[in-house]
Design a protein around this ligand. Sequence first.
Ligand SMILES: [Zn+2]
Ligand SMILES: [Zn+2]
Length: 270
Amino acid sequence: MAPWALLSPGVLVRSGHTVLTWGITLVLFLHDTALRQWEEQGELLLPLTFLLLVLGSLLLYLAVSLMDPGYVNVQPQPQEEVKEEQTAMVPQAVPLRRCRYCLVLQPLRARHCRECRRCVRRYDHHCPWMENCVGERNHPLFVAYLALQLVVLLWGLYLAWSGLHFFQPWGLWLRSSGLLLATFLLLSLFSLVAGLLLASHLYLVASNTTTWEFISSHRIAYLRQRPGNPFDRGLTRNLAHFFCGWPSGSWETLWAEGEEEGEEGSSQAV
Ligand SMILES: [Zn+2]
Ligand SMILES: [Zn+2]
């Protein structure tokens, strides 16, 4: 590995996240917060649980950040060739495109990411905090990470607040608690961002839409051809497919089924 690879954006972002996580945890442990009170009372289970949750959130972050988000293979695998043949059997109306950057035949809902320089299946967005795409393979884990991270942040927020014992003169208080106050403000901001992200992703998942489709539906050919959301199978089935992979089936087939239903509906109307 070349030495300058250590300075790649991915390494810098992941290292930054790790240092920030343990830095904030250390501040909470070093100040007179509820953590210290629990330790003094001999209740070690709560501080230990907090530490394990912090570690769990960090491991989940690294997993989502480092894993293959669902790249479309440039060299089709034998299995994918079969899939491609099946795709060819899907009605002609399915608007499949060839990527103009990596020249692969894009499955429906895939998109080319310029940062990753690859096409990603069921592309959601490129996350700068992860320095990775969120796509078909890591999106469920990304949502799980957001949920766990929010729990850790809210718990951290409570701990920081529990250590802010206000007293006068303010100058002296600020000198002794300035770092904890900064941690409290940082945790408030992160909690707000994580909460909003989790809520928006749960909404998107429940309606089987991606962030990219939600913000750019007017620019996406397969959505322009089908008003409404062609992939929405109802709340329960959307969630079951997202988290458990059931019911299975390709997006092309689902899209084509909706097309046929639409045609039947319109012919009945005539
Ligand atoms: Zn591409
Ligand atoms: Zn990307």
